[in-house]
Design a binder for this molecule. Structure first.
Ligand code: F6R
Length: 246
């Protein structure tokens, strides 16, 4: 069941989700529990990350009890590569918050043993007690994380080949399509569906058609975001552009 929340603009969506995260941290830390967040990269969550940084700076909210797991990382890109998701997260979120470095998890794009690295990632999520709240964007192929079509509902963290549509959409960041990696490591659909709460964010007309499909089409591997319909607590946060085909 997907709940839809319409926001007047990106900033309002960011504020609503940041408030939800702050409330969750407050409730869980009252009973001495960590808060496990699943995080996304890309342009969509940037206003949310800016808002979390503002809450840290201006409201003094602490993120010391937070444990994070990012959805994905490009194959072959290490932490110092300007386009790696590790670097993206450092610059746009982590370096501005007080999350202990040991609590931050991102798949290792430089691993020589992807299968082992992915199995270890699944285990680390389990050991942390599972993800309390997962942030998602959505790709125009219907991907969540980098689960490109076809991705089954029982898929787990693994190596995937990126769709050419995704490579083209992300090429602006790399300057040239030939520099965009062909593969990535990503949490699986089943890994994502195990999060206790999911907040998907989509902004702009370019996402309207895939948002419509994700909500209206029968769940199938051909549009991986449709699997979210099976989640008991998933909200799509949309602006007017992303909601226009509903
Ligand atoms: C990023 C990720 C992707 C993006 C999606 C949308 O970690 O997993 O699924 O959320 O490609 O990207 P943007 O936000 O750049 O439109």
């Amino acid at each position: 069941m997907i709940a839809i929340r319409l926001h007047p603009d990106k900033q309002s969506a960011a504020q609503a989700i940041a408030r939800e995260i702050a409330d969750l941290i407050a409730i869980r830390s009252e009973s001495g529990k960590p808060t496990v967040l699943g995080l996304a990269t890309g342009s969509t969550p940037l206003p949310l990350y800016a808002e979390l940084i503002r809450l840290r700076r201006e409201a003094g909210i602490s993120f010391r009890s937070v444990i994070t797991f990012n959805l994905d990382e490009y194959e072959g890109l290490g932490p110092t590569h300007p386009q790696s998701y590790r670097r993206f997260m450092e610059e746009n979120l982590f370096r501005h918050l007080d999350i202990p470095a040991a609590n931050i998890h991102i798949p290792d794009g430089l691993t020589k043993n992807a299968a082992q690295n992915c199995a270890d990632y699944e285990e680390a999520i389990r050991d942390a007690g599972g993800i309390d709240l997962q942030i998602l964007g959505i790709g125009r192929t219907g991907h969540i994380g980098f689960n490109e079509p076809p991705s089954s509902a029982d898929s787990r963290t693994r190596w995937v080949r990126l769709d050419e549509v995704t490579r083209r959409d992300n090429s602006a960041f790399f300057g040239d399509m030939s520099l965009v990696p062909h593969g990535a490591l990503t949490m699986g659909v089943a890994t994502i569906l195990q999060a206790r709460r999911i907040e998907l964010i989509a902004f702009g007309e370019a996402k309207a058609e895939i948002v419509r499909r994700a909500i209206k089409e029968a769940p199938s591997a051909g549009c991986p975001a449709t699997w979210l319909q099976r989640h008991p607590r998933c909200t799509f946060h949309l602006d007017a552009g992303a909601a226009q085909a509903l």
